[in-house]
Design a protein around this ligand. Sequence first.
Ligand code: ATP
Length: 435
Amino acid sequence: MRDENKKENDLMEKIVSLCKRRGFVFQGSEIYGGLAGMYDYGHYGVALRDNIKELWWKRFVDDREDMYGLDSAILMNQKVWQASGHARGFADMLVDCTKCKRRFRVDHLKNKEVCPECGGKLSEARQFYMMLETHLGTVHDEASLSYLRPETAQGMFVNFKNVVDSFHPKLPFGIAQIGKAFRNEIAPRDFIFRLRELEQMEIEYFVRPTDWEKYFEEFRTQMHEWIKDIGLQKSHVHEIEITDEDRAHYSKRTIDFEFDFPFGQKELYGLAYRTNYDLTAHKLEYQDEETKSRIVPHVIEPSFGLDRTFLAILSDAYTEDELNGEVRSYLKLSPSVAPVKVAVFPLLKNKPELITKAREVYIILKKLIGAVEFDDNGNIGKRYRRQDEIGTPFCVVIDFDTLTNDTVTVRDRDTGEQERVKVGELIEFIRNKIN
Ligand code: ATP
């Protein structure tokens, strides 16, 4: 067991170190000693996140006819959070160890009376409010109080009427939003798994009350399809039915999609049946032309954490193997999410004719594929290792044969195998591989 734990810690350390070394993720405010629960994303991190968001938007918005996008403000009138129940209900139950003074979330403890760290007695549970407060304007009083939203969902509920009035959608339909959310987590930990500033991709899908089970099942299937889109291993994802006592205050049914992270099986996504709780709370209704009546639609909410998706993708993709007698580490990313799709190298950096030709090929690829890099630094082995570590699926090398027969070698990241391809057929070749 101890060896297993060590292996898992090693894997996390390797992922964190790769993220920093290769410019994916940096500790927030690092030069001032950091700030708990905050991370900054570097160049490749931004690209990977953008790819995830784009794929998500494609599956859940662009490929459908019943979904409306939204980008609502992070700060909202405090009445929103009073009506939604968050101002009094968005809290975790917390206990303190009377001996070592550590704090724990009750729902994370198997034994709710004994400290898992030192065996000391745990205190009575008390509520810990998780919304981050701020004040707008110059006076800090009750009236100027606002909250950094703890979920993107409420922005979609309070815009329900706007969406209905602008687009006249028929039930069922959904509103989708990607954006930041903030939670004053008691114990931010496990790298970007438990953050205080996080990003969510969420849908509120409005249905007739009697249809909720049908659409709950539909989104359950869609969520598994999404997991395939981003290349996560199916066997690493587990559905957990949340019990009555552990469900959020607004939910009548919730399934968590848990993932085998290096530090254990933990929540990746949630799928909740929010009933008509939120629309009722905001006094919102819908004129149903089919039944000629005013109803309060019910809501199915698939909720995806972007940062947890990022970490799950890296955990599954991190690979070590031996290639040509050398141990290497690389990210076996699906081309759909890889920050760089193709890297182009001249074989040698001090041969101007190779560089000129390599830049020509690079510009053609960049125009049509986009996420393409040119690299003529150091020897070719080092360039391959760098691209392997950032998960680039293909490296194209321009050598002396290119100058005579207009062919290049294309190296596959996972197998290290190289194929000669005509420059004129390169785009087609790579596109076929990527798709
Ligand atoms: P947990 O039980 O792990 O605290 P939760 O049940 O509170 O999570 P939800 O309220 O269902 O989470 O939020 C929806 C999604 O947002 C989660 O499935 C997760 O992907 C993401 N998420 C929630 N809290 C965090 C956090 N602190 N850091 C990063 N992502 C988070």
